[in-house]
Design a protein around this ligand. Structure first.
Ligand code: 4NP
Length: 160
């Protein structure tokens, strides 16, 4: 199972979700079965590490944010993935325009156990509080997604 998580710049939301989801999968013993990457629909930051505020927020609670380098999602990137998770509705629309088929395209917060707003808000232009809010959404959603994958894992395998 291969999952791509996509935001706009690939330096804040989707790399945070990539790191947190990978940590949850590792803890659940699913790291070998589920591969996660992240991308941006924009290309401004390609090759750059995570935004330093995003990295600091993750590091403060023990995650390793050092490995990330930004990548851009383009037409055809979805061929490497079973599931593409958009961080907000604009990202979802942009991914649809890039030709990602609807059956593999979802909002990340479709898996949020406390949905409200369906977007993970973009923290880039705001203050540091925004990164804490985003991390809380990401942590509970990654936890729920890991539980879903743990239960669906057998189904995914038999479908192939
Ligand atoms: P992200 O945040 O989509 O969560 O990575 C942003 C990062 C950079 C820009 C916009 C959003 N930007 O316009 O450069």
């Amino acid at each position: 199972m291969r999952i791509a998580i996509v935001c706009l710049g690939n330096i804040c939301r989707s790399p945070m979700a990539d790191v947190v989801l990978n940590a949850r999968l590792e803890a659940a013993g699913l790291a070998e079965l589920v591969h996660v990457d992240s991308y941006g629909t924009g290309g401004w930051h390609v090759g750059n590490p995570m935004d330093e505020r995003a990295a600091a927020r993750l590091t403060r609670v023990g995650y390793d944010a050092t490995a990330h380098r930004a990548r851009q999602f383009s037409a055809g990137t979805d061929e490497d993935y079973d599931l593409v998770l958009a961080m907000d509705q604009q990202n979802l629309d942009d991914l649809r325009d890039l030709g990602v088929p609807p059956e593999k395209l979802e909002l990340f917060r479709d898996h949020d156990p406390q949905p409200g707003d369906r977007d993970v808000p973009d923290p880039y232009y705001g203050g540091t509080d925004g990164f804490s809010h985003v991390l809380a959404i990401i942590e509970r959603t990654a936890e729920a997604l890991t539980d879903e994958l743990a239960h669906d894992g057998g189904k995914e395998e038999t479908r192939r």
